[in-house]
Design a protein around this ligand. Structure first.
Ligand code: MTE
Ligand code: CO
Length: 424
């Protein structure tokens, strides 16, 4: 045993011993097995040790190991009667750190993925401007560009959970989010180039897809941190994410991040289009609807353990991890409970803490094998604390679809299997 752990820090050695001892009859890792039958993973030559591997020409564009084939975007069947106007979900339970790999970013299209030829794509700025302008992609790329990591969350993320615990997995309950580094030109620079007239108070981005997605955005936001982005995580946008260009509206609901961006109109009042009247509004109990709820409130979710990521190692040292984000700033703190909120523990934040980006947290504890009620609760840099689902329902009533940022609960049984539940 000392041989195996040579070179490791004493604290880690102690905890591995502790885990093996505490595990009793459960098989826990190599430490217990090292004294029993030989482990063929050590004693036998594996196929990959006995021959040459693939050459550098095998995969000009790399893909994940075949052993990771389960790490994919997934649909919810009853939400996907039609795959063109539909949604799939990011496999949050398989990811770590804060960046979402491009091929795993959830997709939400109202009219399918437009296949745009960048050479034939134009971006127009018109309306209340001194000089209406049209840019090619090459024109766009001659403006000073910036890089920022931002989350995009669909306003309908967790929308199915308003009625109670429904979907079994954080991929489905919380997977309408991705977190990407964008490269793009500040929208402000393009608007300044065109010259916004003094009565220009709103902008309306429009998509080149058949949905011709349009939303009204106040000029203050357009001039603040919006980006006309063409790259994600270093490479050109994926077709699903709006290739060759999309609007990035940091911290605000995903619907406003118009993909396949072709036009930005400047106006003196909002346009009151479909996506800001019949959709993306919150109907209250008294029949009144809340409109223009653009900012995404602070939210968090434990990604592992979770229904798709059960505890497989038995009792002992257990890593709880998850993500938190806020449309209003950073996440200085996340609390985790394993007993349904009787006691809260401050989680360890890890990795960069960026404005309007996902943050990663961890909470490690010794699991005694008894059932758990796992929850996380985000605090954002404005002092706002993530509410419970019932606190939200008390204010918003039962009609809501959008902006559900309530605390999520996972019940973990003695076998480590997790389930989506609600506790009152
Ligand atoms: N832009 C266009 N042109 N067409 C669309 O259907 N869907 C919107 C938004 N922008 C949409 C669009 C919605 S509702 C969301 S949540 C985000 O794009 C989803 O972005 P994603 O597909 O990159 O995840
Ligand atoms: Co959406």
């Amino acid at each position: 045993m000392t041989e195996i752990f040579k070179g490791m820090k004493p604290s880690r050695r102690a905890f591995l011993r502790g885990a093996a001892a505490g595990a009793g009859a459960l098989a826990v890792g190599g430490a217990a097995k090292a004294q029993g039958a030989p482990d063929p993973a050590i004693t036998e030559l594996q196929p990959w040790m006995q021959g040459l591997g693939a050459g550098v020409d095998a995969a000009p564009y790399g893909t994940p190991s075949p052993y990771e084939a389960h790490v994919v975007r997934r649909n919810v069947e009853w939400l996907t009667a039609d795959t063109v106007s539909s949604v799939n979900f990011t496999p949050l339970h398989e990811l770590d750190g804060i960046l979402t790999p491009n091929g795993l970013c959830f997709e939400r299209h109202h009219a399918g993925v437009a296949e745009v030829d960048p050479a034939k794509h134009r971006i127009m700025i018109n309306g209340l401007v001194d000089t209406p302008l049209v840019f090619t992609m090459a024109d766009l790329m001659r403006f000073p560009r910036e890089n920022h990591v931002y989350f995009l969350e669909c306003a309908a993320n967790s929308g199915m959970e308003w009625a109670g615990a429904q979907l079994n997995g954080c991929q489905f309950t919380h997977g309408m989010i991705h977190n990407v580094m964008y490269t793009g030109v500040p929208l402000r620079l393009l608007l300044e180039e065109a010259g916004v007239k003094t009565n220009g108070k709103w902008v309306m981005p429009e998509g080149a897809d058949a949905a011709a997605m349009t939303r009204s955005i106040p000029i203050e936001k357009a001039m603040d941190d919006c980006l006309v982005a063409f790259k994600m995580n270093g490479e050109m946008l994926r077709p699903e994410q709006g290739y060759p260009v999309r609007l990035v509206v940091p911290g605000w609901e995903g619907n406003m991040w118009v993909k396949w961006l072709r036009r930005i109109e400047v106006g003196d009042e909002p346009w009151h289009h479909r996506e800001e009247t019949s959709k993306y509004t919150d109907l209250f109990e008294n029949g009144k609807a809340r409109r223009f709820t653009w900012e995404m409130d602070a939210k968090s979710v434990i990604t592992s353990p979770s229904p798709q990521a059960p505890i497989l190692h038995g009792r002992g040292h257990t890593v709880v991890t998850g993500v938190a984000w806020s449309g209003r700033g950073t996440i200085p703190r996340v609390d985790v409970t394993i007993d349904g909120g009787k006691t809260w523990h401050q989680a360890r934040m890890s990795g960069p803490s960026l404005e309007k980006s996902m943050h990663r947290f961890y909470y490690e504890f010794d699991w005694d094998g008894s059932p758990l009620l796992l929850q996380s609760r985000a605090h954002d840099s404005t002092g706002y604390v993530q509410p419970t689902k019932n606190e939200l329902r008390a204010i918003r009533g039962e009609n809501s679809i959008y902006h559900n940022n309530g605390i999520q609960t996972w019940y973990v049984n003695e076998r480590g299997e997790a389930e989506n539940v609600e506790i009152s």
